[in-house]
Design a protein around this ligand. Structure first.
Ligand code: FUB
Length: 511
């Protein structure tokens, strides 16, 4: 009895003890823009990929934007490079900064900022796609808007209930434009050739900077995020100078006047001196996304996105939010018995995710000591007897280990790598598990073998429930079972098989 209570406690601990922030750990992600689209069950986050390129001056050197999505808030699908810098023929290398994507009438418009060759200033551009995960293409072939004076970064777009779309942006200044219904042009009849500058007053943003001194309690810096809850409009922004915190102002109209309301996330030691936020309502909860320097090797120029739940007071004001490593809990469990993309990750070390939704997205760069974790799978009461992986590999030595809950958790599968002929020769292979996982667990997949050559590419995986095994359990014999011997469907050897279903030479047979 004591033993089983202890096991239960260990099991609960194993399932809940992982830090969920940052939400992506296999690459650096900055400037999150969360979005939920009508008729779509997922929450998407659009980011610029912070990069660490040896020999390159890393002043926010970024070459691409990526898209992530989730249905449970703890496992995030990497949709790959949905928008590379090269999509903008007029864009300058390394200058892919903050962005936001909105959907309208089945088309997704991704507003970005980028410099031009030989020009230090940023310009706002827009790409579009018929899928939220892209790939996206430059929708105009020219910049959408520019004030000419610099500071044209960090676009945010909001479509109001009456259909009018607003574009806000700006560093050390705040501008907005009315977008036309096609989302690709600003209404040049408004403001100064379509651009309206918001006065950065004390009432609106808490303070004003004069000669490097802030007169007031706060100051607008950059990274605006325009949103609405009920009939209140919210403008959140990075504030206070550097290091930044997140503050907000409210209004009864999308164009102001804005009233300063205070700090949402005060300046905290997250390892990043910038912060950049976005909020979203999803499955009955409000979430606040921001960035930190928390991923391994991270910092001010290698940032990583994190998320916290947020709460509004009755008068619409926002309760202060603390940055935590714990993050947010899972909204639901993951079904291990349907295909899950290998790039749907709770955490990962060492691997890369490549491709885009047109060419295919998959996990690669798998070497000794690299690993993947997927959280909160529900194996049910029957449990799983085998796993099917879609993989491509040229490795003939090396293993994939599958463990429950963590790096030191129970080993349930030891898969010996066999070449599929080439790294693009994809094969579906099913392997018998050495134990039957039941109930709720995380899985930890780790790679053993070469530390220099890619061990395998993984496209997707699915577990097979006891009693639902596929016909060909390939490579079982090579991984753990001997030819000419009978095994039960959980992979245990059977000396004298009677009537029933068995595994024999890697195939399901009826006796
Ligand atoms: O990521 C580059 C710049 O850093 C963004 O455009 C700003 O918001 C700040 O986060």
């Amino acid at each position: 009895m004591r033993q089983s209570v202890l096991s239960l406690i260990l099991l609960l601990f194993a399932n809940t003890s992982f830090a969920q922030n940052p939400i992506v750990s296999h690459c650096y992600t900055a400037d999150p823009a969360p979005m939920v689209f009508e008729g779509n069950d997922s929450l998407y986050v659009y980011i610029d990929e912070d990069m660490n390129v040896p020999g390159v001056n890393d002043f926010y050197y970024m070459e691409r934007w990526r898209v992530y999505s989730t249905v449970d808030m703890v496992n995030w699908t990497d949709h790959g490079v949905a928008l590379p810098r090269t999509a903008f023929s007029w864009g300058r290398e390394g200058t892919c900064w903050a962005s936001q994507c909105v959907g309208r009438n089945g088309t997704y418009y991704w507003y970005i900022c980028i410099s031009k060759p030989g020009d230090w200033r940023h310009y706002i551009g827009v790409a579009k796609s018929d899928k939220p995960s892209g790939p996206f293409k430059d929708a105009r072939k020219t910049a959408l808007v520019s004030t000419g004076g610099g500071g044209d970064i960090d676009p945010t777009v909001f479509i109001d209930d009456d259909g009018q779309a607003y574009l806000y942006w700006g560093n050390n200044k705040l501008c907005y434009s009315y977008l036309r219904d096609n989302m690709l042009f600003v209404n040049t009849a408004k403001g100064n050739n379509g651009v309206i500058e918001v006065p950065l007053t004390k009432e609106a943003f808490g303070g004003v900077e004069r000669d490097g001194v802030i007169d007031g309690v706060d100051k607008y810096e950059e990274g605006p995020w325009l949103d609405k809850r009920g009939d209140k409009y919210y403008l959140m922004y990075a504030a206070g100078g550097v290091p930044e915190h997140i503050s907000y102002s409210m209004s009864d109209s999308p164009t102001g006047p804005w009233v300063y309301k205070g700090q949402v996330m005060s300046q905290q030691d997250t390892g990043s001196f910038t912060n950049h936020s976005g909020i979203v309502h999803y499955k009955g909860k409000d979430y606040f996304f921001y960035h930190t320097g928390w991923a391994k090797g991270g910092g001010g120029y290698n940032r990583s996105v994190a998320v916290e739940e947020m709460h509004f007071n009755e008068d619409g004001t926002i309760q202060p939010i603390k940055a935590t490593r714990k993050g947010v809990p899972a909204l639901c469990t993951m079904n291990p018995y349907i295909r899950q993309q290998a790039e749907t990750l709770n955490a990962a070390t060492g691997i890369s995710v490549v491709g885009n939704e047109s060419t295919g997205v998959y996990v690669t760069d798998t070497h000794a000591s690299d690993s993947i974790r997927v959280a909160n799978l529900d194996f049910g009461e029957n449990g799983a007897s085998s796993i099917t992986l879609r993989m491509a590999s040229v490795a003939t030595t090396g293993y994939i280990y599958i463990r429950l809950d963590g790096a030191k958790g129970k080993l349930i599968g030891k898969i010996k790598l066999e070449s599929t002929g080439s790294e693009s020769a994809w094969e579906e292979r099913t392997y018998q598990l050495s134990a039957t996982p039941k109930g709720k667990h995380a899985i930890h997949i780790s790679f053993y073998g070469s530390s220099t050559n890619n061990l395998c590419n993984l496209d997707w995986w699915k577990f097979n429930e006891v009693g639902e095994e596929p016909d060909a359990i390939k490579s079982v014999a090579s991984s753990s079972q001997q030819k000419g011997k009978y095994y039960d469907l959980s992979g245990r050897p059977v000396e004298n098989p009677t009537r029933g279903m068995y595994i024999f030479n890697g195939h399901k047979v009826m006796k």
